[in-house]
Design a protein around this ligand. Structure first.
Ligand code: DGL
Length: 282
């Protein structure tokens, strides 16, 4: 069978994928900028977090998710996850898409964030706070070196931050301890840092704590806003893709965990009541 024939060809929603709840912070910003489109969110909550997993596993899980979203009719999928963007995006774009369907697109969250950092940092010393996987991949370092070679990048892996969010502890005292610890560690390693990228889509949920411990002169860069702007710009430049997105203003939610658990937490994140459906990736 010709592989290109297995995905629906008629227009469909924009797919947004994350290992868990973090991508909701990206969905929220994209949807508020472009409420006219339909969206399909997929959280692989049953297998989150991805941050400590190997390249091969993150790639395999992400590819399964992208294929699933294509099967559901998406022509454009946003990896609302830095770890997946760092570890799987390039292989999917270069090796898998040409075989699966060369007309479909998968975009990540790292490039749009890196594009704006040059305009934000004055000291040219930038910090990245992200999962162990994203920091070890050095994707931010490489991408920033390409676009802004004068910027010095210091990465700080924050392995406890995603579990704090996934386990509803982002407002608790445990979050104070770990947020302060990682911010202090980062700024001790490079005291000249004037801008810090929150390089994990879960981290905006910890923003109250982050603001509490980040010195006021340090700019905290939340990527959702920039990812949304970049996507809007992309769709203006790629009318052929914009025409393959349905405009019903709806959002549907899929999770690999129990639907009730996802609904409960995602409702709190999104500030609206929603229903989710459980799906199985393979
Ligand atoms: N939201 C994902 C990211 O942006 C979290 C990764 C994880 O599951 O550890 O990296």
């Amino acid at each position: 069978m010709n592989k290109t024939n297995k995905f629906p060809q008629n227009p469909g929603p924009i797919g947004i994928f994350d290992s868990g709840y973090g991508g909701l912070t990206i969905l929220r910003q994209i949807r508020s900028l472009m409420p006219q489109y339909d969206y399909l969110y997929l959280g692989d909550n049953a297998r989150a977090p991805y941050g400590t997993r190997s390249f091969d596993i993150v790639y395999e899980f992400t590819l399964q998710a992208v294929r699933y979203l294509f099967e559901q009719g998406c022509h454009l999928v946003i990896l609302g996850c830095n770890t997946a963007s760092a570890k799987a995006l390039r292989s999917i774009q270069q090796n898998d898409l040409p075989q699966m369907d060369s007309q479909r697109r998968v975009l990540g969250v790292i490039r749009p964030t890196v594009e704006v950092v040059g305009d934000i940092s004055h000291s040219r010393h930038v910090g990245i706070m992200a999962t162990m996987g994203t920091i070890r991949s050095a994707t931010y370092d490489l991408e920033i070196a390409k676009l802004h070679p004068d910027i010095k990048v210091t990465g700080e892996a924050c392995p406890m931050w995603v579990p704090l969010v996934e386990n509803d502890e982002y407002d608790g005292p445990g979050a104070d301890y770990f947020v302060k610890k990682n911010i202090d560690s980062l700024l001790t390693r490079d005291p000249q840092i004037d801008s810090v990228i929150l390089g994990c889509t879960h981290y905006p949920l910890l923003l109250n704590k982050i603001r509490k411990y980040m010195p006021s002169g340090v700019h905290v860069i939340e990527q959702g806003f920039y990812v949304a702007n970049s996507l809007q710009d992309y769709l203006k430049r790629h009318q052929e893709m914009a025409e393959r997105i349905t405009c019903g203003g709806s959002t549907r939610f899929l999770t690999t965990e129990q639907a009730e658990t996802f609904q409960c937490k995602a409702t709190a994140f999104m500030g609206e009541s929603l229903t989710a459906k459980r799906v199985y990736l393979e």
